[in-house]
Ligand binder design. Structure first.
Ligand SMILES: Nc1ncnc2c1ncn2[C@@H]1O[C@H](COP(=O)(O)OP(=O)(O)OP(=O)(O)O)[C@@H](O)[C@H]1O
Ligand SMILES: [Mg+2]
Length: 265
């Protein structure tokens, strides 16, 4: 369990996090909120990249102020919002292998992890390419592969599908579902409310450095999310118009209104 308690943080005396409480267990937790509300700043506290000024962050009981980022990154993988500056190896293979090698794993295990991670994000065949030569969406997936290869218990994904085409987005969604099944805890930062509806089990809404909502997806979408610059999913708008209540998927909606599912195929 990751536990954030009364977290305060300021950049140059400008307070950005103003007393956040949050837990992340074995679940997909969506962290949402307007631009500048503090999502990335909060995420950087979960693997110790930033340390609390007041309050504390515990990762399976370890206080992040007492442990290095290297130690914490065995437990918490963090995929940056803009990963293009985090690559430094000459090939994609070496980039993904870097973390597992540092864990002291033998060559076979490293290779096996690299192949598995690249496959998971649909980057098989890219092993010998230079990371800087990849497209934006490919870099995004490479960044995810680097973290997956470490097999951390918790994953923080900061807008992992922004800028991805549909196929790439679907491969990231599949990775998230797969990891969830395997018992990982995932913090998904996103502005994509369709993704929240599809994947999240709980939602935390930040606004101006404060946690203004923490609850179920159904309760979350009862809020006026537009107030926070977020868009209500089309599917929910339609379900409401049809008087069908809260649904998670088109299939569920069709089932609810007694329609014929074959129209979706
Ligand atoms: N290194 C920094 N130095 C000074 N201020 C910063 C720094 N990083 C972020 N901030 C400020 O802190 C606030 C919160 O930023 P943060 O990146 O956490 O927001 P966010 O919720 O992730 O936004 P977005 O949706 O745009 O990614 C913003 O006002 C931002 O300008
Ligand atoms: Mg951000």
């Amino acid at each position: 369990m990751i536990r954030v308690e009364n977290l305060h943080f300021a950049y140059n005396e400008q307070e950005v996090l103003r007393g956040i409480d949050l837990t992340l267990g074995e679940e997909v937790l969506a962290l949402v909120g307007p631009n500048g509300s503090g999502k990335t700043t909060l995420a950087k506290h979960l693997n110790g990249l930033l340390k609390p000024e007041k309050g504390r962050v515990l990762v399976d009981g370890l206080d992040t102020r007492e442990h290095t980022v290297a130690e914490l990154s065995r437990k918490v993988g963090y995929v940056f919002q803009n990963p293009e500056h985090m690559f430094f190896e000459e090939t994609v293979f070496n980039e993904v292998a870097f973390g597992p090698k540092n864990l002291g794993l033998d060559k076979r295990e490293v290779e096996e992890r690299v192949r598995w991670a690249l496959k998971a994000v649909n980057l098989e065949g890219f092993e010998e390419r230079a990371p800087y030569s990849l497209s934006g969406g490919e870099k995004q997936r490479l960044a995810i592969a680097c973290v997956l290869a470490m097999r951390p218990k918790y994953l923080i994904l900061d807008e992992p599908t922004t800028g991805l085409d549909l196929k790439a987005e679907r491969s990231v969604v599949e990775v998230i579902k797969f990891l969830r099944k395997k018992g990982h805890g995932i913090l998904l930062i996103t502005h994509d409310m369709d993704l929240v509806l599809e994947l999240a089990e709980r939602v935390v809404l930040l606004n101006d450095g404060r946690n203004v909502f923490d609850g179920s997806v159904e309760e979350f979408f009862r809020l006026n999310v537009e107030e926070y610059g977020l868009e209500r999913p089309e599917l929910l708008v339609l379900a409401e118009k049809l008087g069908a209540g809260f649904v998670r998927s088109a299939e569920e909606l069709v089932g609810r209104v007694g329609g014929d599912l074959s129209v979706l195929r």
